[in-house]
Ligand binder design. Structure first.
Ligand code: PLP
Length: 360
């Protein structure tokens, strides 16, 4: 069996052909493909505006600059890629880590408790973790009741619609739902935010090239957008394939000590398929499981170690927050291979090998 990673892109001949066509055209950078791709992303997300950027981290950076002021307190999740919390620091604002709930996303009830106690909190940066949408009713209630800014980091969740948040961001890194090489996007319904973010993407210049503020070059190229346009046509099929894989894993793990992070739901777009194993009550450590699976050519991953316990965050005096759910989850989580090109034979092999190594 060839090596099976936890995630990878699906590139086919039509992607390659359209990429070559753009390569032979007059515009490799900011041409018509950028606008076309942005239109597809805002339509897909039910949003009014989209700004494409060079990666998901750039999307978070510009969003944080547009939404936050220096020293703003921002509630965020320890269970994400580091970029989510880092973006708050980029804006010289203050991340406050809140525990997660049973589906791996930030606990919005806890967020509300904190908002009740501290009226100086200005925003929530939440992640629709693994592809499962956040509770939109609760988000809307919180936004209206406490008058705060909400950013949804939907890097795991292309396909989810923008409803109540100020901004939602995406990543088009190859392990995500569609690949543009590196790539990202910001969607919003707020014209002022859209215009500010668009300016920040292009050195802080307006349409007549007057530089109004300090910005960046975070533009996504025509070449990348061409790939994105070709890929997004297949988004529904990609999501369906990921859901089929998730369902099959769920069925296989019934009546075993392997617990899916949440029961199968077609509301999740399954960027990640995660299981939890109580390693304290089983005869193998997670390190040993990873090692033995790797020897059998299967790549597993951990999503995530708590951001607040990263050495850099510890150096900023984070790490001692009370996050019992996150601590338990991060000791038990294992990400299994889940991507559209995973064949039935490969998935059967992953399941069989996992059972053998765990001796269940
Ligand atoms: C939740 C989350 N946010 C942000 C990012 C950053 O995206 P990018 O790698 O495109 O910069 C990632 C990437 O892994 C992510 O998983």
């Amino acid at each position: 069996m060839n090596f099976i990673p936890y995630g990878k892109q699906t590139i086919s001949q039509d992607d390659i052909s359209s990429f070559i066509e753009t390569l032979q055209s007059d515009f490799l950078t900011t041409g018509s493909k950028v606008t076309e791709f942005e239109q597809k992303i805002y339509e897909q997300s039910n949003a009014k505006y989209c700004v494409s950027v060079s990666n998901g981290t750039a999307a978070l950076h510009l969003s944080a600059l547009a939404l936050l002021n220096k020293d703003d307190k921002v509630l965020t999740t320890p269970n994400s890629f580091i970029a989510t919390a880092n973006s708050i620091l980029y804006a010289n604002a203050i991340p406050i880590f809140v525990d997660i709930c049973s589906n791996g996303s930030i606990d919005l009830e806890l967020c509300e408790d904190m908002l009740k106690k501290d009226s100086s909190i200005k925003a929530i940066f939440a992640v629709s973790f693994s592809g499962k949408p956040l509770d939109q009713e609760k988000l809307q209630y919180i936004k209206e009741t406490y008058d705060i800014k909400i950013l949804e980091d939907n890097a795991h969740s292309l396909g989810i619609k923008l409803t109540h948040s100020d901004i939602s961001i995406f990543s088009f890194h190859p392990v995500k739902h569609i690949a543009t090489g590196e790539g990202g996007a910001i969607v919003t319904n707020n014209k002022a935010l859209y215009e500010k973010i668009k300016r920040l993407r292009n050195h802080g210049q307006d349409n007549s090239h007057a530089m109004l503020e300090l910005g960046f070059n975070y533009r996504l190229s025509d070449l990348s957008c061409t790939l994105g346009l070709s890929q997004i046509k297949k988004l529904d099929a990609f999501i369906e394939k990921r859901q089929d894989i998730a369902k099959k894993y769920d069925d296989a793990f019934k009546n075993t000590p392997i617990k899916p992070l949440y029961p199968y739901t077609d509301k999740s777009v399954y960027h990640l398929y995660i299981i939890c194993i109580d390693f304290e009550n089983i005869d193998i450590s997670r390190e040993e499981l990873f090692k033995q699976m790797r020897e059998k050519n299967i790549g597993l991953q951990i999503h995530y170690k708590p951001i607040n316990k990263q050495p850099y965050y510890k150096s900023l005096n984070y790490g001692d927050e009370s996050t019992p759910n996150m601590d338990k989850y991060s000791a038990q989580c294992v990400t299994l291979p889940c991507f559209p090109l995973l064949s039935t034979t490969e998935q059967d092999y992953v399941i069989k090998t996992l059972f053998e190594v765990l001796d269940v």
